[in-house]
Design a protein around this ligand. Structure first.
Ligand SMILES: Cc1cc2nc3c(=O)[nH]c(=O)nc-3n(C[C@H](O)[C@H](O)[C@H](O)COP(=O)(O)O)c2cc1C
Length: 375
C-alpha cells in the first residue's frame, strides 16, 4: 500500500487588504480597514470554510510611519483581534505576533494563555526577536541591542513565559467545597525569576494552556541566532525564501538544529511564505501581476486581483485549495479540536520545557527557576 500523500499546510497572512501594496485601490473605498472588525470576521470565516490551518496576524509594536500612509495598515492589537475572531470560528488556528524583547513575561503569558482558553486550544504566539525603529520610537527605547543581548533577552523572556504557563497545573484546581479550597497551593509551581532582564515571582492566575497543553509557538527570522532560537522553542517557523532550493537548505538546517536539541524533526514545521497571484495560465497570472504593479504608481483602476483580500482569496480557495483536496494533499474537514493536534504536532504538556518530544512532561509541585527548570 502506498503511503498517504504528504499534507500541505496553509496559513493566511491576514494583511489589511492583501499582500500587494496596491490591493486597496482595487476595492471599494472604506475607512474601515484600520479599525473595523467585520471585514476580518468575513475573511476568517472564508479561511475556515477552506479548512486553512491558521490565520496569521503579522504585527509590529510601533507608531505609524510614512510607508504606512500609502496603504491601509492594520493597527489593531493581534491578541484582542484574534480573541474576537476566536468566537466567530471553531477550528482555525490563531497566530498572534507579539514581541519577546519588549514588555514583560507575565503580561505576555497571561494574554496568550487567555487567547488559548477563549479559542479552546487554537492560540499560537509568533515570537518576535527584533526591535524596529518604529518600536523604539513608540516605547522610548534606545538603540537595538546587539545580537547576543537580543537573543539572551528573548531566551530569558520565553523561558519565563513557559514557566509561568506551567505554574498553575490544571490538577491544582481541586474545587473542594467541603475543604473550603478551590486551588491546592501545594500543587502549584511558583516561578521565581531573578534574571538578567526580568523579575517575576509567583503563580499565573490561570492555567497556561487549554487542556494542559502549551500554546503553539511560532518564530520567524533569517539569522543563524534566530534559527537556533526557533529550533529550540518553536513548533513552526515562518520563512521567506525566494527559490525552492534555498527553502530546502533552510529546512534541512533548522530540522538538523532541532534534532541536535533532542527534538523530532517533524515537530518543527517550516512554513515558507507565498505571495499568490492566480491565473488560468502562467501568462495570465504574469499579466495580472503587471497590471497590479502599475497600480503602485497611479491610475487606471482595475478589477480585483488575487493579491487582494477577500476577492482573490475566494478564487484561491475555489481553485488551488480544491485542487489540493482532489489530490489528497489537503484536508476536507478538521480532524481535531486544537491547533497543535491539527498541525500534526506531538503533545507538548505544560512544564515540559523547550525541547519536549512526545514523552515530554513532568509532574510534581515545586518552585521553578528562571529557565523553567525546577530546583
Ligand atoms: C517571514 C518573516 C516574517 C516576519 N514577521 C514579523 C512580524 O510580523 N513582525 C515583526 O516585528 N517581525 C517580523 N519578522 C522578524 C522576525 O520576527 C525576527 O524578529 C527577526 O527576523 C529576527 O531578526 P534576526 O533574523 O536578525 O535575528 C519576520 C521575519 C520573517 C523572516
Amino acid at each position: 500500500m502506498s503511503a498517504a500523500p504528504k499534507q500541505v499546510r496553509l496559513c493566511l497572512n491576514l494583511q489589511a487588504t492583501g499582500r500587494h501594496d496596491a490591493a486597496w485601490k482595487t476595492l471599494p473605498p472604506t475607512a474601515d480597514w484600520l479599525s473595523g472588525i467585520d471585514y476580518y470576521i468575513e475573511i476568517a470565516r472564508l479561511a475556515e470554510q477552506a479548512r486553512f490551518d491558521a490565520i496569521f496576524i503579522a504585527d509590529r509594536l510601533g507608531v505609524l510611519d510614512e510607508p504606512s500612509h500609502r496603504r491601509p495598515w492594520r493597527g489593531a492589537d493581534p491578541v484582542v483581534l484574534l480573541a474576537a475572531l476566536a468566537r466567530e470560528t471553531d477550528h482555525i488556528g490563531l497566530v498572534a505576533t507579539n514581541p519577546a524583547l519588549q514588555g514583560d513575561p507575565f503580561t505576555r503569558a497571561r494574554a496568550i494563555a487567555t487567547l488559548d482558553h477563549v479559542s479552546r486550544g487554537r492560540a499560537a504566539w509568533n515570537i518576535v526577536t527584533s526591535q524596529e525603529e518604529v518600536t523604539r520610537r513608540a516605547l522610548g527605547l534606545g538603540e537595538q541591542p546587539d545580537d547576543d543581548t537580543r537573543y539572551r533577552r528573548a531566551e530569558e523572556f520565553v523561558s519565563a513565559v513557559d514557566a509561568l504557563w506551567a505554574s498553575l497545573p490544571e490538577d491544582a484546581v481541586v474545587a473542594d467545597a467541603a475543604a473550603d479550597t478551590y486551588i491546592d497551593a501545594a500543587r502549584t509551581r511558583p516561578v521565581r525569576l531573578d534574571g538578567e532582564f526580568h523579575r517575576s515571582e509567583g503563580v499565573l492566575p490561570l492555567p497556561g494552556g487549554y487542556r494542559g497543553q502549551r500554546p503553539v509557538l511560532f518564530h520567524a527570522g533569517a539569522s543563524r541566532r534566530s534559527m537556533e532560537f526557533g529550533a529550540r522553542w518553536a513548533d513552526a517557523l515562518f520563512t521567506s525564501q525566494r527559490v525552492p532550493e534555498l527553502a530546502r537548505t533552510f529546512t534541512a538546517e533548522v530540522k538538523g538544529l532541532a534534532a541536535a536539541n533532542g527534538r523530532r524533526p517533524e515537530d518543527l514545521l517550516v512554513l515558507p511564505g507565498l505571495f499568490v497571484i492566480l491565473g488560468a495560465t502562467e501568462a495570465e497570472a504574469r499579466q495580472r501581476r503587471r497590471e497590479l504593479d502599475q497600480q503602485l504608481a497611479v491610475e487606471p483602476l482595475l478589477a480585483a486581483l488575487e493579491a487582494v483580500l477577500p476577492t482573490g482569496f475566494v478564487e484561491f480557495t475555489a481553485g488551488v485549495v480544491a485542487e489540493l483536496q482532489d489530490r489528497g494533499r489537503f484536508r476536507r474537514e478538521y480532524a481535531h479540536e486544537t491547533f497543535r493536534e491539527n498541525l500534526g504536532l506531538s503533545p507538548h504538556p505544560l512544564a515540559a520545557g523547550p525541547t519536549a518530544g512526545p514523552s515530554g512532561g513532568s509532574a510534581g509541585a515545586d518552585e521553578q527557576t528562571t529557565t523553567g527548570r525546577r530546583r
